[in-house]
Design a protein around this ligand. Structure first.
Ligand SMILES: [Zn+2]
Length: 211
């Protein structure tokens, strides 16, 4: 395994772990695994890249637990959006999944019928949780939005929404049809990507449902 793969594989698992909390395919057992995994991964990366053998061990253990959770829950919208970025734009998988993760966290937490529980480290305030996750990803060397990663061409919103994996998208806890998904992607490609309150408003305006 190359150094780059080694660097990004746990990052990919960390991003998958986030989604396995909220996936419609989650079970009681996969949720428990996801919470355990998140705790290990969050602690291991609290100050950026792991700096000790213990932190690396936590990262690997967390990635393993996350992988087991994902095997049941499968992945959701962040993965659905990621494949085109990897296949057509060469973005490494873990980074590609992370690009929409804070934005999706805000949108998925902003749901009156929410049935999934976010990790305690993030809390359930949509904007604060998204900001915490974005800061954590940045400290870990991962861009938390396409804009932050230098992708700023709005045409990418059409491309990604047009190529999205519908099976994965359908496991997102809030229904994201083409219009709200496009609003989300376009917002995250803009300089105001970090304004998660504005993101929630725009996605809601496009009819993001809960079914
Ligand atoms: Zn993945």
């Amino acid at each position: 395994m190359s150094a780059v793969q080694l660097n990004y594989r746990p990052k990919g698992q960390a991003c998958g772990c986030r989604q396995t909390h909220w996936s419609r395919g989650a079970t009681e057992e996969s949720s428990q695994l996801a919470h355990l995994a998140f705790g290990r991964l969050w602690a291991a990366t609290a100050s950026g890249m792991p700096a000790s053998e213990t932190a690396w061990a936590d990262l690997c253990a967390g990635a393993h637990l996350a992988g087991r959770a994902i095997a049941t829950s499968r992945t959701t919208a962040a993965h659905a959006l990621s494949y085109q970025l990897t296949s057509a734009h060469g973005v490494l998988h873990g980074q590609a999944v992370a690009l929409f993760l804070p934005g999706l966290l805000a949108v998925n937490l902003h749901d009156p019928d929410r049935r999934w529980r976010p990790p305690d480290a993030l809390g359930d305030d949509p904007c604060r949780a998204a900001e915490r996750l974005a800061r954590h990803l940045e400290a870990f060397g991962v861009s938390p939005s396409p804009y932050a990663a230098g992708m700023r061409d709005l045409a990418l919103a059409d491309e990604l929404v047009g190529s999205v994996n519908l099976a994965r998208l359908s496991r997102n806890p809030r229904a994201l049809d083409a219009a709200p998904l496009h609003a989300l992607v376009a917002h995250q490609l803009s300089p105001s990507w970090r304004d998660y309150e504005d993101l929630i408003t725009r996605v809601d305006q496009e009819g993001c449902g809960d079914d």
